[in-house]
Design a protein around this ligand. Structure first.
Ligand code: PAF
Length: 281
């Protein structure tokens, strides 16, 4: 596996593969790799001859009051895991390499509507940062395919919308969420949880499962169901940002009989913000 930190080296490696007609899949990550990321990598390997994994904690998608400084950085362990999987290249640039003119002076990409709702409403600027770094990575690697996890479902839809709007010749592949044995969606932020919080954390998934069951059983009052589940989360000690039932394709408000739906929730346990979602066909 090649470990690359410079944009010039990444470009020349990818260009050489492209000259040979070898398809490339990109897996963008912020590192601290867990089984969820490794599933993205395996899917990328199934879909393309060459796989590039980027590891970059993107400051542009964190607000000043968020966890950019404390976000777990485990580059050596990440590189070891990727080498074991025989990934072709890991790209871990510095902030200066990605944003040489600084964070406030750099050009950015905004995806309207999808970036403003749900997580976007609670994390202003977050999706602008995500869209901007993903566009940069797509431009650098020029992959045939980029692989994203369904755990960040709003991000997945936003990236799909962006590549369609901006005519990027790339397919966006989605991989289902990987969960711990008790249902908690795998996330690098789970390591912030105290022992007591970790024991409570699977309630987020449980409330989603209950809502999924209710919808499958014929419940049509999305507002009442969401309110019930919000209350359950509060009773368990969460501070929920939202619990919603939306149209799966664009996260717009759904009519009672519309399908497929997506149930999405974000909630704080202490200082840790957890997100999760489930499909209803
Ligand atoms: O999902 C993530 O880890 C990040 O938002 C991404 C897509 C790597 C962009 O920084």
């Amino acid at each position: 596996m090649k470990h690359i930190a410079s944009i010039a080296d990444l470009r020349s490696l990818c260009a050489a593969w492209q000259r040979k007609g070898e398809g490339i899949a990109l897996v963008p990550t912020m590192g601290n790799l867990h089984a969820g990321h490794l599933k993205l990598v395996r899917e990328a390997q199934r879909l393309a001859r060459r796989v590039v994994v980027s590891i970059f904690v993107n400051p542009l998608q964190f607000s000043p009051n968020e966890d950019y400084d404390s976000y777990p950085r485990t580059l050596d362990a990440d590189l070891q895991q990727l080498a074991e999987l025989e990934v072709d290249a890991a790209f871990s640039p510095s902030v200066a390499e990605m944003y040489p003119r600084g964070l406030t002076a750099t050009s950015w990409v905004e995806v309207p509507e999808l970036s403003e709702i749900l997580c976007g409403a609670f994390r202003p600027g977050h999706f602008r940062g995500v869209a901007t770094v993903v566009v940069k990575l797509l431009n650098l690697v020029q992959p045939n395919i980029a692989v994203f996890g369904e755990k960040d479902y709003q991000q997945l839809l936003l990236v799909r919308r962006m590549v369609t709007d901006l005519n990027f010749p790339v397919e966006i592949a989605a991989v289902p969420t990987v969960r711990e044995a008790d249902g908690l969606a795998m996330s690098s932020r789970n390591r912030y949880l105290s022992t007591q919080e970790r024991a409570k954390a699977p309630w987020l998934y449980r409330t989603l499962c209950e809502a999924q069951q209710a919808l499958l059983a014929g419940e049509r009052d999305f507002d009442a169901l969401s309110k019930r589940q919000l209350l359950k989360l509060k009773e368990q000690g969460f501070k929920p940002d939202y619990f919603v039932i939306r149209r799966a394709g664009d996260l717009a408000e759904a009519a009672p009989n519309e399908r497929p739906l997506r149930i999405l929730a974000a909630a704080w346990l202490g200082n840790t913000r957890l997100i999760d979602n489930l499909e209803v066909m």
